[in-house]
Design a protein around this ligand. Structure first.
Ligand code: CMP
Length: 139
């Protein structure tokens, strides 16, 4: 059953370029409620754990370097059909393939530096949200 919550990170490239405000505005305007949010920086161990599913992929070392090089904004978002609707809002992994008006089309540079993360299932949304937030930090 859909939990109606998803997990997102505004990645280091989006934070470095000063896009936090614009991206959060778009997320709010699209009907998502912020349940939890913080500016934080992942350690190498954090990124290796968070992206463990990709550890055999050739881009894994670059992914870990990218995701640890500066602060991110981590957030849990709530909305009907949150996981699917948020993935529609952010667009395809590769910004070249992302639909017009999506966050990645507007703010992402490349398939590797793609500005924003969105969970791909309800199960992963719960796992990823719990990775970054304790129960006390969720509203
Ligand atoms: P995301 O889908 O949020 O989570 C996995 C990340 O790995 C992805 O965003 C990109 O940042 C990165 N990634 C995925 N595919 C590639 C690829 N082919 N080359 C480089 N990086 C990738």
């Amino acid at each position: 059953m859909a939990t109606n919550r998803t997990f997102t990170m505004l990645k280091p490239d989006a934070v470095e370029k000063g896009h936090i405000g614009a991206i959060l505005e778009k997320i709010s305007a699209s009907g998502f409620r912020i349940v939890a949010m913080k500016l934080t920086q992942m350690t190498v161990a954090d990124a290796e754990t968070f992206y463990a599913i990709h550890k055999e992929r050739p881009f894994f070392p670059d992914l870990v370097q990218y995701m640890t090089r500066g602060p991110i904004v981590a957030a849990i978002l709530e909305k009907d059909n949150a996981v699917e609707d948020f993935r529609t809002l952010i667009g395809a992994t590769n910004p070249e393939d992302a639909a017009e008006g999506t966050i990645r089309k507007l703010y992402a540079e490349s398939i590797s530096e793609n500005a924003v993360h969105g969970s791909d299932s309800d199960e992963n949304a719960a796992i990823e949200g719990a990775f970054h937030f304790s129960g006390r930090e969720k509203f």
